[in-house]
Design a binder for this molecule. Structure first.
Ligand code: S3P
Length: 193
């Protein structure tokens, strides 16, 4: 019997697919991973896990402080160890930091632990959503469209490592969650509400 909230394949195809236990949200800063992740988890009856929040909790300092005291490479190492620990998770919607897909090991592990859904948004929309932000160290000195466009272009091949990509531009969190759920149903995943 499936436990409440369990998500399984309604029809079994390959064992890898039937072992899908988590949904992993990737995407650039400001594409809505956290808001979508929280609502999606609620709808599926899954737990919600925010990788950056885990790092902050474990380190006892903010992402900004990790970057300023120890540098980006230290943050990336913490990120990879948090990604490695996801192998223990089940029935979890995971939102990742925008750069979690850069390391090849992370991309491989994320694909292994769940269905990877990449959220995108237009540069305009990302700039608008991040206008008031102060907790993104990589945008601290430069939040221009050109800078964001360049980062997006560099990361595009990594974000493309996803089973589903959704453009969130102009959509509500509810719309995006509904699209993900339609996709999961179409692919034969089923879960108990
Ligand atoms: C980063 C994105 C941030 C956070 C860190 C680095 C990135 O997460 O992990 O500031 O490299 O894009 P969000 O995407 O949740 O803002």
């Amino acid at each position: 019997m499936r436990k409440s909230g369990a998500i399984t394949m309604a029809t079994s195809t390959t064992s890898a697919r039937s072992e899908m236990h988590n949904i992993v949200l990737t995407g650039f800063m400001g594409t809505g991973k956290s808001s979508v992740g929280r609502l999606l988890a609620q709808r599926l009856g899954f737990r919600y896990c925010d990788l950056d929040a885990r790092i902050v909790e474990e380190e006892g300092i903010s992402i900004n402080e990790i970057f300023s005291r120890h540098g980006e490479s230290h943050f990336r190492a913490l990120e990879t160890s948090a990604v490695r620990r996801l192998a223990q998770e089940q029935q979890c919607v995971v939102s990742t930091g925008g750069g979690a897909v850069i390391a090849p090991e992370n991309r491989r592990l994320l694909m292994e632990v769940g269905v990877v859904v990449n959220l995108t948004a237009s540069v305009d929309e990302i700039c608008r959503r991040l206008r008031e932000e102060t907790d993104r160290p990589l945008l601290r000195d430069n939040r221009s469209e050109e800078h964001i466009e360049r980062m997006l272009a560099e990361r595009e091949p990594y974000y493309a490592h996803a089973e589903l990509r959704i453009d969130t531009t102009g959509k509500s969190v509810e719309d995006v969650v509904a699209e993900i759920i339609v996709y999961l149903k179409e692919r034969g995943f089923a879960w108990k509400p």
